[in-house]
Write a protein that binds this ligand. Sequence first.
Ligand SMILES: Cc1cc2nc3c(=O)[nH]c(=O)nc-3n(C[C@H](O)[C@H](O)[C@H](O)COP(=O)(O)OP(=O)(O)OC[C@H]3O[C@@H](n4cnc5c(N)ncnc54)[C@H](O)[C@@H]3O)c2cc1C
Length: 280
Amino acid sequence: MHVEPPVGSPRSLEEAYGLLASAPHRPLAGGTDMLVQLTGELGPAPERVLDLWRLDELRGIRVEGGALEVGALTTHAQIRRSEACAAHAPTLVAAVATIGAAQIQNRGTIGGNVMNASPAGDTLPVLLALDAVLVAGGPRGERSIPAVGFWPAYRSTALAPDELLLRVRIPIVDGRRQAFRKVGTRRAQAISKVVLAAAWRRDPAWRDVRIAFGSVAATPIRATAAEAALEGAPPTAASIDRAVAALLAELRPIDDVRSTAAYRLEVSGRILRRLLEDAS
Ligand SMILES: Cc1cc2nc3c(=O)[nH]c(=O)nc-3n(C[C@H](O)[C@H](O)[C@H](O)COP(=O)(O)OP(=O)(O)OC[C@H]3O[C@@H](n4cnc5c(N)ncnc54)[C@H](O)[C@@H]3O)c2cc1C
């Protein structure tokens, strides 16, 4: 028999930290991932739930100290409508616009996407490509964790069980260009088969290249060999060839219900090639 777990609904972060310190709780944001986990059929059901929805401190988008800050409880729909996100993180706007459809975007949050830690989570490669920092808080105070290293293993994060994700910080970099590509079965309500986010500068050589993929490994990853093949190189067909070859040598995708490893590898190379050609 399925039994509803007790739910705590704090009105302040201090109260939330107190509840987390008193006993293990599973945080609940928009619930679009959590509700399908409540029955326990997809893994252990939570013993207690911590409903974050009243914590307005975790909502909102602002530019502060040279970075774009997005509160963990900010919904995908709010990010889609944000002028600051459009100006400084257009790839984030592009990514959230592909998440589920309107119902999921109205309720699902960036914090939930990050903390669900799915290798297919669409915002995760964007946060890797934009050198984002994830700010966590808990009974021991706040700390900042770079996106690289935030998802150490399949469906796990760098946060301790008594910590919450508070906000995402994306540094604002002059002259940085960005692009996002998602390959799924449909244009909406499609979990990614391959997702790619990239960021770079040009002077006119490729500089500060970041290439991140989702859905091709147990965690979202940076394609560091492809990045190195481009760094400092002129934007020519030869440098693109070298980057794609490096990518195909470094990716080890998996077979699963959504796609085969061979398809993912082929598509990853093609979407990177087209993205770089468009950017040249
Ligand atoms: C029909 C459907 C379609 C979907 N399509 C997509 C898609 O195309 N792309 C995609 O990436 N995802 C998709 N999803 C997954 C989901 O909607 C997103 O991951 C969403 O962003 C989750 O946010 P949420 O607020 O609903 O998270 P919740 O379900 O509330 O939480 C998700 C996880 O994060 C934890 N958590 C949430 N907030 C915090 C916090 N602040 N601190 C600590 N832990 C926290 C929760 O404990 C839980 O483990 C889909 C889901 C459904 C049901």
